[in-house]
Design a protein around this ligand. Sequence first.
Ligand code: IMP
Length: 204
Amino acid sequence: MKNLPGKIVVATRNRGKVREVAELASGLPIEFLTLADFEDVPDVVEDGLTFEDNALKKAREVFHHTHTATLADDSGLCVDALDGRPGVLSARYAGDDVPDYMRYMKILDEMEGVPHELRTAKFVCVLALITEDGEELLFRGECPGTITTRPIGSNGFGYDPIFLYEPTRLTFGQMDKAAKNAVSHRGKAMKLLIEELSIQSRVT
Ligand code: IMP
């Protein structure tokens, strides 16, 4: 990174997500904004083949519109026995407007009879940062785990109840937010981003 951005717009309308980023970066002289701080930012169609494609596409479109350093993310669950599905389709697996449980039940159905040792999977999160001068940086975090045979736990969101994190023998649906963030794909990608921003803040 050549210059530390003074402001970063996080490509989301979710204020909670931005608060989380701002808290992690609280020691840095950076102001975090959301899409709600700008007018008429178009919605981005996430039709890329990889998490990197989607995160970059989102970041580029928002950067183009706001002329401000932009951070965008894409994430999902990749299941080995399903050839990496749902992958980039994680948010839309089983249809657009269906509740989370229908998505994870679809996976459990598709994996009926698959033995424990072949139920390996990983969560992936890619963050794309475009700096004020148009430099593009990618940060990738992964978390390996195993797909359960039934949903367990009600914490978190999405596929958390069927994702067993082996070191704790708990699903993400059973772990509290702090415990999950410490080991999750998103936590790891965020850590890499914050490290890069911290290095840059010491240089400039
Ligand atoms: P995105 O908003 O395009 O990144 O969609 C990510 C989708 O992947 C979410 O809607 C969830 O279904 C799934 N996903 C990503 N991260 C997690 C996680 O930490 N727990 C559970 N599901 C997740």
